[in-house]
Design a protein. Structure first.
Lengths: 616, 115, 256
């Protein structure tokens, strides 16, 4: 039966519930599809908010201490004089409000935290994973539906705590998303405390989600769905879930210890002899490096959490739009497993400048180099998948095709950071910012856009507008590159990250001291690039407007999908009604073949769904 | 619901008649754990040479007790490969975290002070 | 379509869903406590001097025996259900819950003991170490002893030369600095409170789940006994893990 509204309602089995009311259906639902959409919408809101923070930061960098246009007075009314300083004209009257360095630091810390933990991971892993994975494996729901709901609610609570921290006196956390002690502990506001408590809720949400995903993929595969018949997206989510399960707890332990440092005045991460007025009497004896180790033990697997679901989406969209199987399915699977395993033993390449000895540094450098191999194998398989394909250049395909070179740039620029001798020069510079943003922004986010355009017809029964999708794509691609490409140059010239004035003071002071124009400081042209980047960022923001309008408008007015399987795809999620009802399948589908049987010679159509039986 | 009787045939757990044999095993493990606790405390008062030796003895006894609890009370000794796999990876990563962190503290350039 | 394998096992894995779920969760808990143990090792190896003998060994031993007892009653409770005996299940888990309460009671006493134990640095350089007996406006009374130096306070290893605790009256005006043995006192108390505190939170959590199954299990036992037995098994696995952590915590914090 063809349902026409986006939210699934009880269709296939009526056994145990009457029509649940509004609250049970849309708010306190245990249906994985509803939870997936909840995660998706919430995460997109956080993505938008993190983007706004970035725009304000880029303004401050490009025009240090100039009044913030549009949002200045609003900001001042929220955070007050301490954080949004009044800017006076020559006559002494206030003409606007600017971002103080303290506020800039809190924006920086929260931009990172929100983008990583509240936007990308919930969108890539929880939203797409929740909606698609049970459908792809032929399951009626996730293994533990109520735990699933608890996981989403924990995420919302954590997110609210993070947002609330902006409004407390002293402001939000200010020590970077990495929250290094002793800085994080010694700043005299409770923003860090809120951050830590928020993180505990977010980590709990991720752990519950990870347990659910792994158990579901192990236990609820439909008959005939062997491991090697799983769509690559499911493998990617499986590895991602393991990374979250085993890497997050040490950060939770560290978070508890830093919370003890902040609230109970312990000295887990505070060394002896530290004299900072805001700290008061501390016992000392702690180790700042311990925080870094525990943080990056999660921090490194976390970046693979950010990329693996995206790679999964890319594989699905490529197979579907080239009308041929993915090249090297086995290589992709083994590479993903290898990446997952190795990602646990590379973390200290984020800590080359902490005074580690040669042997330890060499160990981490070696494992870091080794982990680049499966990453290259994955990218190569995806590129090779295009060869000889009958390519359909629709919007999802455009996004994933752009993903490939963008992820290539991001990944390759990581190599000088992985070697400790070159990292000496590049650590904590804008080069690092460019490197990871290339992977996450025109990398992961493009794959997520592709996923939205691709699975939209399954969720709503309508297609998103193709023309505006292309506009969104081309403008985003151009603007992303205009924003991040110059940062490589800035970083290699020595521009350090997290400077609230973009390096202006550093340059000016050095140049005054030496009396020279350029040598030693940062050249004017590099500093002027900040203005260029600001405009590119504004254009990127404007480029999202067609997407946002398209997303909402198409729910009611988009072109009808025409069938349950408008893309003529082989995977199981397309073999259900649209949208899939509660329980997904009337009875368990039986899987007869692998996930990418496109253009099989002799077959009547150019695709064979996984649950289509062999003839006779 | 009504299928639960049929379902119990496919359950991997031992059937009722064998249970008294299992109960006896649980009791022996309990006695062993009590004994293990007492010798842990006793051994901590015996000097084994160095502090390191005492630590090794205590952790060895603790490891033995942990093996008994995990193996028999948690039925790990007769568990499935899938569970062994998950726990194996966990043990590896835990060991990696501990060993690599400690190594990085121990290996630092000469003439530098770490704390 | 119902979710399969909630009670019957899946053929290729030999497991039912909740068992996979709880072992995955316990794996994450191993990493959590593992990180804290790693931190303990690091902080201790890096410390100039580490306290010894600050915790009450008889109480710690008692707590260990209490948890071991609760472990066997937990597995016996599940075994009783497998043998169809709901009454036995109720009896065994009642003992489990009593053990849990006893453990928490002893732990609370130990925590309280630390919070009333003070180290008082006097202006003339002497140190008084002991429990606060009286806390008046102008003076305090510590039931303790004068310590010769910090080493005297930290290392109570086989100390036969220690003076017996006696009431010592100290004028507040003589006190340079005074602090109790809370988590802020040094990294040993910090890791002690954090490790045992987190462990105690897990004891409380486990006890709440077991209480819920014990008090309200009758209904599910009647309608779906096998599913209920599995739930008891799962909660038991969590409880055994809590016992496992204590098996390592006890020697590490109390004895070594």
């Amino acid at each position: 039966m063809q349902a026409t509204h986006a939210i699934p309602h009880s269709g296939i089995h009526e056994e145990h519930h009457e029509d649940a009311g509004f609250w049970r259906t849309y708010v306190f639902s245990t249906d994985h599809k509803v939870i997936g959409i909840q995660y998706g919408v919430t995460a997109l809101c956080f993505l938008f908010f993190g983007f706004l923070l970035m725009l304000m930061m880029r303004w401050q960098i490009a025009h240090p201490n100039a009044p913030l246009p549009l949002f200045g007075p609003l900001l001042h009314s929220i955070v007050g004089d301490q954080m949004a300083a009044g800017v006076k004209n020559a006559a002494g009257s206030i003409i606007g409000y600017s971002i103080t360095p303290t506020l800039y630091n809190s924006f920086g810390a929260m931009h990172g935290t929100i983008m990583v933990f509240l936007a990308i991971v919930p969108l890539a892993f929880a939203a797409f994973g929740n909606y698609v994975v049970p459908l792809m494996i032929g399951a009626p729901d996730m293994c533990f539906p109520r735990v699933n709901m608890a996981s989403y609610q924990s995420y919302v609570v954590g997110g609210i705590i993070m947002l609330v921290s902006f409004f407390i006196p002293g402001g939000a956390a200010q020590a970077g998303w990495t929250s290094y002690s002793p800085l994080a502990t010694s700043i005299a506001s409770h923003g860090q405390t809120f951050w830590l408590i928020g993180m505990i809720f977010l980590i709990t949400s991720s752990l519950l989600g990870a347990v659910n995903f792994i158990a579901t993929i192990i236990q609820l595969r439909a008959p005939g769905m062997t491991w090697m018949r799983l769509p690559f997206f499911v493998w990617a989510q499986f590895v991602t879930a393991f990374l979250l399960l085993l890497a997050f707890p040490p950060l939770e332990a560290a978070g508890v210890m830093q919370l003890m440092d902040k609230v109970a005045h312990t000295s887990f991460f505070l060394p002896t002899g530290l004299a900072v007025g805001t700290l008061g009497h501390i016992s000392g004896g702690g180790s700042p490096l311990l925080w870094q180790h525990l943080f990056w033990f999660l921090g490194h697997p976390e970046v693979y959490v950010l990329i693996l679901p995206a790679i999964g989406i890319v594989a699905e969209v490529i197979a579907n739009n080239t009308r041929k199987p993915i090249w090297g399915y086995k290589s992709l699977v083994y590479s993903a497993l290898t990446i997952g395993f190795l990602s646990f033993i590379v973390w200290a390449h984020h800590m080359y400048l902490t005074g580690m000895g040669i042997r330890v540094a060499t160990f981490f450098q070696t494992t870091t180099m080794i982990i680049s191999i499966p990453s290259v194998i994955i990218l190569t398989c995806l590129f090779l998948s295009l060869w000889g394909g009958s390519i359909r250049f629709n919007t999802p395909m455009l996004f994933v095709m752009a993903f490939l070179p963008m992820f290539g740039i991001g990944g390759l620029t990581g190599l000088p950071l992985g070697f400790n001798f070159s990292d000496l020069h590049l650590h904590d510079t804008y080069y690092v910012i460019a490197h990871f943003h290339y992977i996450v922004a025109p990398g992961t986010i493009f794959a997520l856009f592709a996923g939205i355009y691709y699975w939209y017809p399954k969720m709503t029964g309508r297609m998103m507008n193709e023309f505006w999708g292309r506009v969104h794509f081309w403008l985003s691609l151009i603007c992303m590159n205009l924003i991040f490409q110059p940062m490589f140059a800035q970083g290699m010239a020595g521009m350090i990250r997290r400077m609230s004035d973009g390096g202006a003071n550093y340059t000016a002071a050095h140049n005054t001291a030496t009396g020279l124009e350029v040598i030693g400081g940062l050249s004017d042209s590099l500093i002027r690039l900040h203005v260029f980047i600001l405009w590119a960022a504004v254009c990127l923001g404007l480029a999202q407007i067609p997407f946002i309008i398209n997303f909402f408008w198409s729910i009611k007015h988009g072109k009808p999908a025409g069938s349950d399987n408008p893309w003529n795809a082989t995977t199981l999620e397309w073999q259900t009604p649209t949208p899939p009802p509660h329980g997904n399948f009337a009875k368990a589908p039986i899987v007869y073949r692998g996930p990418y049987e496109y253009s099989v010679p002799g077959h009547a159509t150019d695709f064979t769904p996984q649950n289509e039986p062999d003839k006779a | 619901m009504s299928e639960s009787q049929a379902k119990s045939q496919t359950h991997a757990q031992p059937h009722d008649e064998h249970f008294s044999h299992h109960v006896r095993r649980y009791l022996y493990v309990f006695y062993a754990l009590l004994f293990g606790t007492l010798i842990t405390v006793g051994a901590s008062f015996i000097p084994f040479g160095s502090r390191g030796a005492n630590i090794a003895v205590a952790l060895f006894i603790a490891g033995g007790k942990a093996f008994l609890v995990a193996g028999y009370f948690m039925h790990l000794i007769s568990e499935r490969k899938m569970i062994y796999g998950v726990l194996g990876f966990t043990a590896f990563f835990f060991a990696g975290l501990m060993a690599l962190t400690l190594w990085s503290f121990a290996d630092f350039p000469p003439h530098t002070i770490t704390h | 379509m119902e979710i399969p394998y909630t009670t019957e096992v899946r053929k290729d894995t030999g497991l039912y869903n909740a068992k996979v779920g709880i072992w995955l969760f316990l794996a994450s808990e191993v990493m959590l406590f593992g990180a804290l143990f790693s931190s303990y090792i690091l902080l201790r190896v890096g410390a100039v001097e580490w306290p010894y003998g600050w915790l009450n060994i008889p109480l710690g031993t008692a707590n260990t025996l209490v948890l071991i007892t609760s472990s066997i009653t937990t597995v016996m409770a599940w075994a009783s259900l497998k043998m169809g005996n709901f009454g036995r299940f109720k009896m065994y888990h009642a003992i489990t819950l009593c053990c849990a309460l006893t453990f928490l009671g002893i732990k609370s006493y130990e925590y309280h003991d630390k919070f009333i134990h003070y180290q008082v640095d006097l202006k003339d350089g002497r140190i008084v170490d002991g429990h606060m007996e009286e806390n008046n406006k102008d003076e305090i009374v510590i039931l303790g002893r004068y310590a010769k130096n910090m080493h005297d306070v930290l290392d109570l290893h086989e100390r036969k030369d220690l003076a017996k605790p006696a009431p010592i009256k100290i004028e507040r005006s003589d006190i340079a600095y005074m602090e109790n043995y809370g988590p802020w006192h040094n990294t040993y108390t910090a890791i002690y409170f954090t490790l045992t505190g987190l462990h105690a939170l897990h004891v409380i959590g486990g006890a709440i789940v077991i209480f819920y199954l014990w008090a309200f299990g009758g209904k599910m036992w009647k309608s779906d006994p096998e599913r209920f037995t599995n739930r008891v098994e799962i909660s038991g696995l969590f409880w055994h893990f809590v016992d496992l952590v204590w098996i390592f915590l006890f020697p590490v914090l109390y004895l070594l």
